[in-house]
Design a protein around this ligand. Structure first.
Ligand code: ATP
Ligand code: MG
Length: 570
């Protein structure tokens, strides 16, 4: 079967409402382990973020994978903070990570752990290895360690401190812990093989001296375990069955195996998968932090950021992100996903759920000359054509309206079916109007107002409404409209793959357009942050976190599949 055929047959397996039979290589490994009773029938995963930044959409893939496996196999998934690097980690990050995992729809129950919970145990383990002659205190400086390490083509050199006695090593390690030595003066290293073809096996550092306060353990420690020393043992302590990580850790697996074997403790199975890469963005926390610190965006939750909090602010739903994770699947080889696919997942979701409303982003006044002054009619508007249970609402019309500037052309091109002098158009849910004149600014000549007449016989839904015109446009009643600010976004980077040292050169200077004079329909006056709507013909919008009654702010989450493009081009 080709991959495509496989996809198709998978697709066919998806029956109404049932969990799809998602086959991937990780599930195959787990199925095998269940058959052979490798872990006594248990499936226990974990999501192990380092609290040194906010989570991004790549982490969402890992969260959906780990928590998704636990859910589907009736297993458990822990949330574990890999907090071994006190100078880069902060409580703010811990809190945002918990919020984001919950928001995505996952629950770790009472299994919230920290690597720092295990610092004492890890220290004991290190003493154990030292006693076995498998770890030693080394006085080389960080630069010297690098130099002695060798390269991919040349073996490393043994440290001159490699053959210290067990007693001396135990004594030095204890004194390292007791704070007797300055930062960087000593390390504890595993004693493996300086000639190993795998650089990770060349006596890797297990502990470094760092007189820095930790956000959880305070000043209790001045030596901190390296990630490579901590990670596998944390999995082991938590009796994780399947330790799922990204491909760059493949070469570290022999080291993790070595540690666990030397300690003789419980051994999780590590499985590597390809990380998510997404077009038109950067994904590493280091780069995202730079975007924040250097002021290219307004914080980690800026609606242009690929962070989970940015996506949420933009208007993404947890369902759309989970669905995206399902659709991209997991694989063993590197690839890049299209951001367009992510956007499509959001459209699919909001199409089903979002209330349709009318809003005018760049208003142009339209006066219906033959509409009686002071009269207001309430028209029926459909809330969601995809879901009749969402009902209808009343939309008021009166003599003065706003329409989109772009829906009028003084000199219309061919096939322009909206308003122009003498032309007719239907007002959505209302009447057919005809443009009979324009009012200009005397100085600039700019058109400031359209004069129209309406045909009272053409009310939408009435028995005589049969007369047809080619264009339908949206509008709001000037008397009833509510002011709003609307933020339109385009991609944060102007190239698909903004990489290399100069990745910042590819930042799109026009990624945010703020429109401050928008007019939205009355029903939106009380919209609350995170409420999501379809503005007819304009896209899906989400109420911004800073929005409040009287000062509404909407973010455009995503355009409609095609309409917007048409409006912009014509
Ligand atoms: P980054 O490289 O983006 O800074 P990281 O790997 O340093 O991320 P961690 O906090 O260590 O961030 O990641 C927590 C978990 O999320 C790890 O298991 C890691 O494998 C996974 N993860 C990180 N980035 C991605 C990605 N782009 N796609 C899938 N999983 C990811
Ligand atoms: Mg990491």
């Amino acid at each position: 079967m080709t991959t495509l055929e496989k996809d198709k047959s998978l697709e066919n397996n998806r029956t109404n409402g049932e969990l799809p039979e998602r086959k991937n290589f990780i599930r195959e490994i787990i199925n095998d382990d269940l058959r052979t009773n490798k872990f006594g029938g248990r499936v226990h995963t974990r999501f192990p973020p380092e609290p040194n930044g906010y989570l991004h959409i790549g982490h969402a893939k890992s969260i959906c994978l780990n928590f998704g496996l636990a859910r589907d196999y009736n297993g458990l998934c822990n949330l574990r903070f890999d907090d071994t690097n006190p100078t880069k980690e902060e409580v703010e990050y811990v809190e945002s990570i918990e919020r984001d995992v919950r928001w995505l729809g996952f629950d770790w129950g009472d299994r919230l752990y920290y690597a720092s919970d295990y610092f004492e145990q890890l220290y004991e383990y290190a003493v154990q290895l030292t006693k076995k002659g498998k770890a030693y205190a080394c006085d080389l400086s960080p630069d010297e360690i690098r130099e002695y390490r060798g390269t991919l083509t040349e073996p490393g050199k043994d440290s001159p401190y490699r053959n210290r006695t067990v007693e001396e090593n135990l004594d030095l390690f204890e004194r390292m812990r007791n704070g007797e030595f300055p930062d960087g003066s000593r390390t504890l290293r595993a004693k493996i093989d300086m000639a190993s073809p795998n650089l990770n096996m060349r006596d890797p550092v297990m502990y470094r001296i760092l007189h820095a306060a930790h956000h959880r353990t305070g000043d209790r420690w001045c030596i901190y375990p390296m990630y490579d020393w901590a990670h596998g043992q944390c999995d082991s302590i938590e009796r994780i069955t399947h330790s799922i990580c990204t491909l760059e850790f493949t070469d570290h697996r022999p080291l993790y195996d070595w540690f666990l074997a030397e300690l003789g403790v419980y051994h999780s199975q590590q499985i590597e998968f390809a990380r998510l890469n997404l077009t038109y963005t950067v994904m590493s926390k280091r780069k995202l932090l730079q975007l924040v610190q250097e002021g290219y965006v307004n914080g980690w939750d800026d609606a242009r950021m690929p962070t989970i909090s940015g996506l949420r602010r933009r208007g993404y739903t947890p369902e759309s992100i989970r669905n995206f994770a399902d659709r991209i699947g997991v694989a063993r080889s590197e690839s890049t996903s299209e951001v367009a696919l992510l956007e499509d997942c959001l459209r699919d979701d909001l199409n089903k759920r979002a209330l349709r409303v009318m809003a005018v982003l760049r208003p142009l006044k339209l006066v219906i000359e033959n509409y009686p002054d002071g009269v207001v009619e309430e028209l029926d508007a459909v809330n969601n054509p995809e879901d009749s249970s969402m009902g209808v609402r009343k939309v008021p019309i009166s003599r003065v309206l706003y329409i989109e500037q772009d829906d009028f052309r003084e000199h219309p091109p061919k096939k322009y079916f909206r308003l122009s002098p003498g032309a007719e158009v239907r007002l959505r849910y209302a009447y057919i109007v005809k443009c009979v004149g324009v009012v200009r600014n005397e100085k600039t000549g700019e058109i400031t107002e359209l004069r129209c007449t309406y045909d009272p016989e053409t009310k939408s839904g009435s028995s005589q409404s049969g007369r047809r015109v080619k264009g339908t446009i949206h509008w709001v009643s000037a008397l009833h409209a509510v002011d709003a600010e609307v933020r339109l976004y385009s991609r944060l980077f102007s190239v698909e793959n903004p990489s290399g040292e100069n990745w910042r050169d590819f930042i799109n200077p026009d990624s945010l357009e703020v429109l401050r004079q928008c007019k939205v329909e009355q029903s939106l006056a009380t919209a609350k942050p995170q409420d999501r709507f379809q503005f007819e013909r304009l896209g899906y919008f989400c109420v911004d976190d800073d929005s409040r009654e009287g000062a509404l702010i909407f973010n455009r989450a995503v355009t409609l599949r095609d309409t917007w493009a048409k409006i912009e081009k014509s």
